[in-house]
Design a protein around this ligand. Structure first.
Ligand SMILES: NC(=O)c1ccc[n+]([C@@H]2O[C@H](COP(=O)([O-])OP(=O)(O)OC[C@H]3O[C@@H](n4cnc5c(N)ncnc54)[C@H](OP(=O)(O)O)[C@@H]3O)[C@@H](O)[C@H]2O)c1
Length: 317
């Protein structure tokens, strides 16, 4: 099968198109004929080798943790899925080796879900990792409740865009940070208040405009953004970060509710996202759809840190 692989860590030039054997599904797994593969910031971070000491890996590495496609083979002990089913999934495995930048990928049948009927394969491939991250952050870690005030940083990005929509569906009041060019987009997603993070005095203004503080702050940026957010929390407020495990740990030790999330595959939650997509409650915005062979260009776009929505690789029709 055709795949985009790495034989070494490095810049975008280490991405190579190669011909590899088609993987066989093991017990409890299905094989998915990939129609589209989502691109996420973690892909270029793995490519650079930034996660090599944190996540086990084996060369040649096929990147890609988001997939949408059709089941084309079913392993033993799988009864819920059949050849031809249209599915999507967040396909992170314990060892980084066999990802979705390929014509076929195998994965645990428990962690796939039916593709939303209202989404194309390209749209579906943009959902699993980012939307599961938002879901697990807002609800499992953040315990977001109707009527609460939530501030979402990087609200125009892949994760932030789903977070805004999920928070709105829950009945929360949503503040989202983005540059001015993305403010109309954030309003369309359902943000009640948009904040230009470039504006002078933005943190003081936020503090003054919400004197009781935020019930939940969702940090999809890290660093200074995380630190500057802490004074904005209400007395019972929580902060959830997807970038700052150490800062969360030390805040927890000082008595502030601070949670780091590393997204886990979850077929049941993905099925809930399918229902939300098919009821029109969540949409996805594709910044670019590129052929698989253009994975390097896709990385160039995602490395800009200013993508609106998601980038997807198209593998077949
Ligand atoms: N721990 C986990 O499980 C997990 C899961 C998913 C992602 N992540 C990490 O979380 C981060 C976000 O992921 P993503 O997929 O949402 O990334 P993304 O789609 O690349 O995010 C791009 C967005 O970030 C915004 N942005 C950049 N700098 C900003 C700032 N200082 N303040 C507010 N917004 C800013 C941009 O908006 P403007 O163009 O308007 O500036 C752009 O819309 C990445 O670092 C990723 O690796 C972690």
């Amino acid at each position: 099968m055709k795949a985009v692989i790495l034989n070494e860590f490095g810049g975008r030039d280490v991405l190579k198109v190669a011909d590899l054997p088609k993987p066989e599904p093991g017990p409890g797994e299905v094989r998915i004929e990939v129609v589209a593969a989502g691109v996420n910031p973690v892909d270029w971070k793995i490519r650079e080798g930034y996660l090599k000491d944190r996540l086990p890996n084996q060369f040649p590495i096929i990147l890609g943790w988001d997939v949408a496609g059709r089941i084309d083979a079913v392993g033993t002990d799988v009864s819920a899925w059949q050849v031809g089913d249209e599915v999507y999934s967040y396909v992170r495995k314990p060892v980084i080796q066999h990802g979705a930048y390929a014509e076929y990928v195998t994965f645990d049948a428990a962690h796939i879900a039916r593709k939303p009927e209202s989404f194309s394969f390209e749209e579906a491939a943009s959902v699993p990792l980012a939307a599961l991250t938002a879901y697990q952050s807002l609800f499992d870690a953040g315990n977001l409740q109707p009527g609460e005030r939530v501030l979402i940083h990087a609200a125009a990005g892949g994760v932030g865009g789903f977070a805004v929509q999920l928070a709105r569906v829950t009945g929360a009041m949503v503040w989202g940070t983005a540059s001015e060019a993305n403010h109309v987009y954030l309003n369309e997603l359902g943000a009640d208040h948009v904040v230009d993070y470039h504006a002078v005095g933005v943190w003081d203004q936020l503090k003054e405009s919400v004197p009781d503080g935020m019930d939940l702050i969702y940090d999809c940026i890290g660093g200074d953004t995380f630190d500057q957010s802490i004074p904005l929390l209400s007395t019972q407020g929580r902060i959830v970060s997807i970038l700052e495990p150490d800062r969360c740990q030390s805040l927890m030790e000082q008595g502030t509710a601070a949670f780091y999330v590393f997204v886990e595959p979850n077929g049941e939650q993905l099925a809930k996202l399918t229902a939300l997509a098919d009821s029109g409650s969540i949409k996805t915005h594709l910044a670019a759809v590129l052929p698989l062979e253009d994975a390097a260009r896709a990385h160039e776009l995602i490395e800009s840190l200013h993508t609106r929505g998601k980038i997807v690789l198209k593998v077949r029709d």
